[in-house]
Structures are given as structure tokens and as C-alpha cells.
Design a protein around this ligand. Structure first.
Ligand code: MG
Length: 170
């Protein structure tokens, strides 16, 4: 039997990951409106990845024969007045998601739920990459964002990002 707290946190994470997808769709749409299709592409792929994450938690609970309760997804909230606000909100959000993953891990560790810990290992690594990506984007924007030509080139670079399904198979 899965521990009740671990179960609850894993179930909540399905919702949190779908919320992440929603938030990144909003970011993608912000950049689409601004005419920066590369940035819009980057966040659209980010949204696809978050949906994948949600499905991994969903499948894990199904595989473990645990009850799944789907809750309403909150309206995405981010205070955006400029391009940089989006990038910073992205980093802040990833740091928050890292804390959520860590909380589930801590709960699993406490009750010696090694299977859940092993499942979460992939997400621990993934969150490190997410934070690095979000930080790199802020650095590039700080360096190149104020010059239209450089911003155009950065936009072209982000347009090349392609969607890859997650490497975790459960
Ligand atoms: Mg995620």
C-alpha cells in the first residue's frame, strides 16, 4: 500500500504539471502576439513537455493501482509587462516545481517508498535541467535582448528547438 501522503502529493503533481503546461501556453501566446515566433515555439515545446510530465505521474499512479482524482486547473497567473518578465516568471515557476518534487521525494524517503523515489529520480534531474535552461535564457536575453538584430537572432535560435518525448518510460 502506498503511503497516504505520498499518494496525495503524487496525485496533486498531475495537476501542478498540467498547470505548468497552461502557464507555458500563456507565455507562448504572449510571444506569438509580440511577433517573436521563436520564443513562442520554445514555450510551446515547454508546454508539451509539462503535459508529458503530468502523464508520467498519471501513469505511475495507475501502474501502482492508486486512485486518481483530477482537479480543476487554475488560470495561469503571471505578472507580465515585458519579455524579460516572462523569462523570469519561467525560472521562478521551475524553482517552485523543484520544491514540489523535493517535497514528494522527502515524503517517499520518510516511509522508505523506494519505488517512488526511483520514479522521482528522473524528475530530480529534469528539474536541474529546467532551471539551467530558464537561467540560460535570462542570461541570453540580458546580453542580446536590447538590440533588435541580436534579439532577431536569438529568436531564430529558439525557433530551432524541437519537441522530444521524455526519456523516462514507465
Ligand atoms: Mg514539469
Amino acid at each position: 500500500m502506498m503511503n497516504a501522503k505520498v499518494h496525495e502529493l503524487l496525485n496533486q503533481q498531475i495537476n501542478k504539471e498540467f498547470y505548468s503546461a497552461y502557464l507555458y501556453l500563456q507565455f507562448s501566446n504572449y510571444f506569438d502576439d509580440a511577433g517573436l515566433d521563436g520564443f513562442a515555439n520554445w514555450y510551446l515545446i515547454q508546454a508539451q513537455e509539462e503535459r508529458d510530465h503530468a502523464m508520467l505521474f498519471f501513469k505511475y499512479l495507475q501502474n501502482e493501482n492508486q486512485k486518481i482524482t483530477l482537479e480543476a486547473i487554475d488560470k495561469p497567473e503571471a505578472d507580465i509587462t515585458c519579455h524579460m518578465d516572462v523569462l523570469k516568471a519561467g525560472l521562478k515557476h521551475e524553482e517552485y516545481v523543484t520544491s514540489l518534487i523535493n517535497d514528494i521525494y522527502a515524503a517517499a524517503y520518510e516511509v522508505k517508498d523506494f519505488r517512488t523515489m526511483q520514479f522521482l529520480d528522473w524528475f530530480v534531474k529534469e528539474q536541474g535541467e529546467e532551471e539551467t535552461n530558464a537561467n540560460d535564457l535570462i542570461t541570453k536575453m540580458e546580453l542580446f535582448g536590447s538590440d533588435p538584430k541580436s534579439l532577431y537572432m536569438l529568436n531564430q535560435e529558439l525557433a530551432t528547438r524541437i519537441y522530444n518525448a521524455p526519456s523516462l518510460v514507465i
